[in-house]
Ligand binder design. Structure first.
Ligand SMILES: [Fe+2]
Length: 176
């Protein structure tokens, strides 16, 4: 089930639990959209290590979705997605990157930067959700959110490693 943020009942967000549930729904929509975006970016990238990292991260997004379903069940609500506009903007930027920059190392550098923006957004979201769950005394949920938070941080580091070990240097040295 998918609903738009405009149709969300904001009365519920007057309490921390309601705010937690709303942001959980945004994450549910985001992980679905991010998995799709990462698959497309895999096809649009060139470097072998970048391709395999993006492929791995797309798979991880699906496992993050499974964890979110477990969280919905743990708090007794149906898994529902709310369109999250911040992620929609990044998806648009990803499409523009692939449309305007020719396939090759510079596009790869652009893709890494873009995916890292998404990762940082996810790190912020999962970190906040973990803190909310802790305050709401949802210990099992805290554990699930922590697992995803660790993976999001590792994904970000893996991309920094690829960028700094060769892609950015090759992109800087590339002649038109
Ligand atoms: Fe994720």
């Amino acid at each position: 089930m998918l609903q738009n943020i405009a149709k969300y009942n904001h009365e519920e967000t007057q309490e921390l639990r309601g705010l937690f549930e709303k942001q959980l729904m945004e994450l549910y929509w985001s992980e679905t959209a991010i998995a799709k975006m990462l698959k497309e970016l895999t096809l649009n990238s060139t470097s072998k290590d970048l391709k395999s990292t993006l492929k791995k991260q797309a798979k991880e997004s699906l496992s993050h979705l499974v964890r979110l379903v477990k969280i919905f069940r743990a708090i007794g609500i149906d898994p529902t997605g709310i369109v999250y506009e911040a992620i929609e903007c990044f998806i648009k930027e990803a499409q523009e990157t692939c449309t305007h920059i020719k396939k090759g190392v510079v596009r790869d550098a652009g893709i890494i930067g873009l995916v890292q923006k998404v990762n940082h957004q996810e790190i912020a979201s999962y970190g906040t959700m973990r803190a909310y769950a802790l305050a709401l005394r949802e210990e099992d949920v805290v554990t699930l959110l922590e697992k995803t938070l660790i993976e999001e941080k590792q994904a970000d580091l893996a991309l920094s490693d690829i960028a700094e070990s060769h892609i950015n240097i090759e992109a800087a040295d590339k002649e038109i």
